[in-house]
Design a binder for this molecule. Structure first.
Ligand code: HEC
Length: 95
């Protein structure tokens, strides 16, 4: 392994650790449906994906986003929970 590679590896690790440290501090707005969003949306990626997109999506877009997580990425979200989660996302992170 060259020194360049070793340095790149160390830098990548530092970035990953910083991301981990940040993740624990993410707290979504309090509201109806928050528990579901936290439970179903944080298993694959950090909840800051939601904050990053705020406040631009309207209800239709959040609905499409949640459905994309289910259909494209295989998120195990029961169909009966989608409505409450989209309500929450639209109210707190949409327009
Ligand atoms: C099964 C794994 C999984 C679950 C569960 C999941 N996501 Fe995702 N999500 C992904 C992947 C994979 C990406 C895109 C790749 C990346 O950038 O990391 C992504 C990306 C996103 C993005 C960025 C925009 C985009 O479309 O790429 C948002 C916003 C998002 N997810 C919101 C949610 C919300 C809200 C939930 C809960 C309803 C959720 N995710 C649950 C896998 C998941």
């Amino acid at each position: 392994m060259s020194w360049r590679r070793a340095a790149a590896g160390a830098a990548a690790l530092a970035v990953a650790l910083a991301a981990l440290a940040q993740e624990s501090s993410i707290d979504l707005a309090a509201g109806v449906g928050k528990d579901k969003v936290v439970a179903y949306c944080s298993s694959c990626h950090s909840l800051d994906y939601i904050q990053m997109n705020s406040p631009f999506p309207d209800r239709k877009l959040w609905e499409a986003e949640v459905n994309k997580m289910i259909k494209v990425f295989g998120a195990p979200i029961p169909p009966g929970e989608i409505g409450a989660m989209v309500d929450y996302l639209t109210k707190h992170y949409g327009r």
